[in-house]
Design a protein around this ligand. Structure first.
Ligand code: MRU
Ligand code: ZN
Length: 204
């Protein structure tokens, strides 16, 4: 994708996730693969009201080649996810209440979801009877170290649709902006259902 088109697609995605309430304050960050490398959001802005100036352009090694300000504090995690997932073309990171609370409530290394028709909104899932697994990582302010943990786990449990960071949020991955947006929407629906179910049934 061309750099300018990439920025516009991320601005539109940001307005949409903000409307859903999934990037409060300055939370969240977005990136996309371009013809020459990557575009990533600059740090510290309202991701629902991005402008073309609030992005940095990176080359394929992740070095800044254009733009001003600081790249997202979590750029290293975006770059690691692109390196690990051949299919990743767009990564959208959000801070929804459901992703934040559910990732804290589940103590293990993954959230497993089964029994919902909406699972089929995620690429490759054909039935509500398949078990969807989303890896959960403990939050860490050292993003390089967090990225290393993600890489380690990916060796045994490959990342397909995204990962959860405990008490922090979701990193959704897709083959296009549209697919990543669909993955966020499907996953957020499933997270909300699981929270409701746990409240009613009181168990995982
Ligand atoms: C409320 S700020 C949250 C940040 O610490 C971070 O997690 C985040 O998502 C946004 O960081 P940013 O550096 O703007 O990309
Ligand atoms: Zn964040």
């Amino acid at each position: 994708m061309h750099t300018q088109a990439a920025k516009l697609a991320l601005i539109e995605a940001g307005a949409w996730v903000a409307q859903q309430g999934w990037v409060p304050a300055t939370g969240g960050n977005f990136s996309i693969k371009t013809d020459s490398g990557f575009v990533v959001t600059a740090s510290g802005f309202d991701k629902g009201k991005l402008t073309p100036e609030q992005f940095l352009e990176l080359n394929s090694e992740g070095a800044i080649v254009a733009g001003s300000g600081k790249p997202s504090a979590e750029t290293a995690l975006h770059l690691k996810l692109y390196a690990l997932c051949d299919h990743a073309q767009c990564i959208l990171h959000t801070h929804s209440v459901a992703a934040t609370v559910l990732s804290r409530y589940i103590k293990g290394e993954q959230l497993q979801i089964c029994g919902y028709e909406m699972q089929k909104s995620l690429s490759g899932i054909q039935s509500h009877e398949e078990t969807l697994s989303i890896a959960i990582f403990d939050n860490d302010q050292d993003i390089e170290r967090l990225a290393q943990y993600v890489a380690q786990r990916h060796q045994t449990t490959p990342i397909r649709h995204g990962v959860l960071i405990r008490g922090h949020g979701l990193y959704a991955v897709g083959q296009s902006v549209q697919e990543t947006r669909r993955h966020i929407e499907g996953l957020e629906f499933l997270f909300a259902c699981e929270l409701e179910r746990i409240k009613l049934e009181g168990r995982q």
